[in-house]
Design a protein around this ligand. Structure first.
Ligand SMILES: Nc1nc2c(c(=O)[nH]1)N[C@H]1C(S)=C(S)[C@@H](COP(=O)(O)OP(=O)(O)OC[C@H]3O[C@@H](n4cnc5c(=O)[nH]c(N)nc54)[C@H](O)[C@@H]3O)O[C@H]1N2
Ligand SMILES: Nc1nc2c(c(=O)[nH]1)N[C@H]1C(S)=C(S)[C@@H](COP(=O)(O)OP(=O)(O)OC[C@H]3O[C@@H](n4cnc5c(=O)[nH]c(N)nc54)[C@H](O)[C@@H]3O)O[C@H]1N2
Ligand code: SF4
Ligand SMILES: [Mo]
Length: 705
């Protein structure tokens, strides 16, 4: 096969001094300024004081983000596994191996036997192209991505209730002006630290914060009212708040009549959630329930914001519906400095969920099962609509079918061997693959099972666009020179597509040209990017979608006068509390829930390699309440074996009165024997297919002093 030279994506600015770009990690996408270190070492990172989202603030992960660029463990040559060991290979050889194997699998087992796993870490351009690569070059239905583990419950509920899903339908700066905020299942003081400046401003102007979390987190410590609910009972809590609002005549009948449909059914359901029942389910006492409902309802402006704590459940979608129902009934959605929002997680968690990496999706939030959408996108791609595959498997189901229906998996931007639930099962499925390809800058727990490793450029070495948690499309710029060896993801997809016989459909010279095709593919779609251009982003601090025309300024605030359903109204959904996939019982009597540390990011693949972060948080610690600790003779520092129906994991104990006595917590940032996800299970939400990351039934199976 003939060589196609790697595509230069973006050019290094002449003087790499103080270039405006964004942090590689979370959805806050802090503006940073990168310039040469005076000592000639790594690019220097400072917070960009002029980017209106973070206003110059960064968290420790942002400050240390440049460490990975010239990291000694960075992989710079393609590698092939031979007799169990990695050996360096040329790009030619590695890409040929991938293409030959994929073609052989397609011939023998059909196109859907080749799977693709994408990421909310990818730029819009990469996410778009990966979706196109799966459907056009591989012809497979089976592409999904790690956003399924992240935003899928919130996205599904927002789409159904509002007709569109943009995490925050208003700028984060609005937080400062909300009189009352209810923050549910989000530990933003650790997971989006610079967002706290907006909460601090809100507090300084007399605002109130309510936090619902089974743990008194750093975020909860700043709350005026803290609701320490039982894991998995958010839906009952939300219905209980609505009960109080209805009973005390605190709802907004005019708003309900003018702007929504379906309230009567929801009213009927909510009235079953009287405070005594809600207290039994959630552990929240009636006075607190009434207090929260009154504060929210009587405030001139109020927000309900959700995080993964309320969403990562097998009833995640219904739980989000319950919060949306409450916000709608109080007349807050679309009102000034008010509304419902969900705090997106990954760097491009918003754009990544819009441009077609999801099994049921085409770019712009169009749907692969809708004929009109298929026709439109097929036209942009220059293919027959009938050749586009249909809907594929969701992330966990895709991983679960590896080694059976799915014979090869191409992973770009996820460490599934740490981040997936029921890890022993997932690892066993990964081992059963005929071909596992990992594109990454570093080896991780997933590449430990791979046959081919393709080394990639990192964030600072490529340009592109990201869409932050407000739906603001921003520029990632080239600020560092990549080492010799790695290539860009877009170039890799082009090379592979060429070997699969459709290189011309992936022959982009720049990321801007990919973006321009994305604009055409999303024109008229819910997430309409057609009016956004690189030039337009250049002259301001980003443009919020939808932006349907060149002269359109973008849409920082949504829902002011209409929702995105055909009738312009928001929809109520009646939702009932139900048991989790796995509730504690006599054998496994405790709740186990998971989350994050400030210093580590997701699977830890990146942050465990940063010395400062790793030394600050070297191991996962098991949080447990002093009462539970006494019963099991556990002290801080003891080794505690936690057992679920799937595995045993030994953690170092951290005894803390900040957690419920019936609940254990550990972060999921580690793999191998330290993986919290060995304990979590494979129960999925019926609509979003979100795994139940925030609840497993466990017991303490052993203690060592
Ligand atoms: N430092 C850091 N920041 C990050 C990330 C990271 O890994 N590290 N990842 C980014 C990503 S991808 C994401 S998705 C976001 C996630 O951001 P968050 O949603 O803030 O993160 P989590 O820590 O997973 O979960 C939040 C809280 O949910 C609580 N919780 C557990 N079970 C329940 C429950 O049943 N109900 C309720 N109400 N709460 C519950 C936990 O105790 C935890 O404090 O963070 C982003 N930012
Ligand atoms: N128990 C439990 N499990 C969870 C969660 C939880 O709360 N509890 N949260 C879930 C959530 S919300 C999420 S988002 C997932 C996240 O978990 P993962 O999907 O594992 O995400 P990351 O750890 O961010 O992995 C990103 C990988 O992609 C690489 N990467 C980054 N950018 C690029 C790029 O541009 N190109 C390429 N090729 N590679 C890149 C990084 O080097 C890293 O290896 O975990 C989920 N798993
Ligand atoms: S808050 Fe998020 S975007 Fe900002 S510096 Fe920290 S990890 Fe980076
Ligand atoms: Mo996430």
């Amino acid at each position: 096969m003939s060589a196609i030279p790697p595509i230069p994506l973006g050019t290094l600015p002449p003087q790499a001094l103080g270039v405006r770009t964004h942090c590689p990690y979370c959805a806050f996408q802090c503006g940073i300024l990168m310039g040469e270190d005076l000592g000639g070492g790594l690019p220097r990172i400072t917070g960009d004081p002029n980017f209106p989202v973070n206003n110059g603030q960064l968290c420790i992960k942002g400050w240390t983000a440049a460490t990975l660029l010239d990291h000694p463990r960075r992989v710079t040559s393609p590698q092939l596994r031979e007799r169990g060991e990695w050996r360096d290979a040329s790009w030619e050889e590695a890409l040929d191996v991938v293409a030959d194997k994929v073609l052989a699998i397609r011939t023998k087992h059909g196109a859907n036997a080749n799977g693709v796993f994408g990421s909310g870490a990818l730029t819009n351009e990469k996410a778009y192209l990966l979706g196109k690569f799966a459907r056009v070059a591989l012809g497979t239905a089976n592409i999904d991505y790690n956003g399924r583990f992240c935003m899928s419950s919130a996205a599904a509920a927002s789409n159904r209730a509002f007709g569109i899903d943009r995490g925050l339908p208003f700028p984060v700066a609005d937080i400062a002006h909300a009189e009352v905020i209810l923050l549910v299942g989000s530990n933003s003081a650790d997971t989006l630290p610079p967002i706290m400046q907006w909460f601090d401003k809100q507090k300084a102007s007399g605002g109130r914060l309510i936090v619902a979390d089974p743990r008194r987190t750093p975020t909860a410590r700043g709350a005026d009212l803290y609701l320490q609910l039982t894991p998995g009972t958010d839906l009952a809590l939300a219905n209980g708040l609505l009960y109080v609002a209805i009973e005390e005549k605190l709802t907004d009948p005019r708003y309900i009549a003018d702007r929504t449909t379906g309230f009567d059914n929801v009213r009927g359901v909510a009235l079953q959630y009287h405070p005594a029942r809600v207290e039994r389910l959630t552990g929240i006492a009636e006075p607190h329930l009434r207090q929260a409902a009154r504060w929210l309802a009587s405030a001139r402006s109020a927000m309900i914001l959700t995080g993964r704590g309320t969403e990562q459940h097998s009833k995640g979608v219904d739980s989000v519906h319950a919060w949306i129902n409450l916000a709608l009934a109080l007349g807050k959605v679309g009102a000034p400095h008010s509304g419902f929002g969900t705090l997106t997680g990954q760097g491009n968690g918003q754009g990544g969920r819009e441009h077609g990496q999801k099994a049921d999706q085409l770019p712009g939030y169009q749907l692969i099962e809708v004929d009109a959408h298929r026709e439109k996108v097929a036209k942009v791609w220059g293919v027959e609509p009938a050749t586009l595959p249909r809907k594929g498997k969701s992330a966990y189901e895709l991983l679960d079918s590896c080694g059976s229906e799915v014979r090869s998996l191409f992973v770009m931007g996820s460490n599934v061997a740490v981040a997936s639930p029921h890890l022993s099962r997932v690892e066993q499925r990964l081992k059963a693959l005929e071909l596992l390809v990992v594109c990454d800058a570093f080896h991780n727990e997933t590449s430990a099972h791979a046959h081919v490793f393709l080394p990639t450029f990192q964030w600072a070495e490529e340009d592109g666009t990201m869409t932050n948690l407000e739906g603001r499309v921003i520029r990632r710029r080239v600020v560092a020179r990549p080492p010799l060896g790695p290539r860009g993801d877009i170039g890799i997809l082009h090379e592979l597509a060429a070997r699969l016989g459709c290189g011309e459909k992936f022959a982009f010279r720049t990321s801007e040209s990919v973006f321009n095709e994305l604009r055409r593919a999303t024109a008229g779609a819910p997430a309409d990017y057609s009016g956004i251009s690189y030039a337009k982003i250049e002259t301001n601090d980003g443009v919020c979608w939808p932006c349907p025309a060149e002269d359109h300024p973008g849409t920082p605030r949504m829902f002011g006068d209409r929702f995105h359903h055909a009738d312009g109204r928001a929809k109520f959904f009646p939702v009932e509390h139900r048991a989790a996939g796995e509730e504690p019982d006599a054998e496994f009597p405790l709740f186990f829930t998971t989350g994050r540390y400030k210093e580590h990011y997701n699977s830890g693949a990146q942050t465990r390699a940063v010395g400062k972060l790793q030394s600050a948080q070297p191991v996962p610690r098991l949080e447990l309440h002093p009462r539970l600790a006494r019963r099991h003779r556990v002290a801080s520092g003891s080794r505690v074996v936690v057992e679920s129906r799937r595995a045993k994991v030994e953690f170092v104990a951290e005894v803390t009165a900040d957690i419920r006595p019936d609940t254990l917590f550990a972060p999921f940032h580690w793999g191998g024997r330290d993986a919290a996800n060995l304990l979590t299970g494979g129960a999925l939400d019926p609509t979003s297919r979100m795994p139940e990351f925030k609840l497993a039934a466990v017991r303490i199976a052993g203690v060592r002093a």
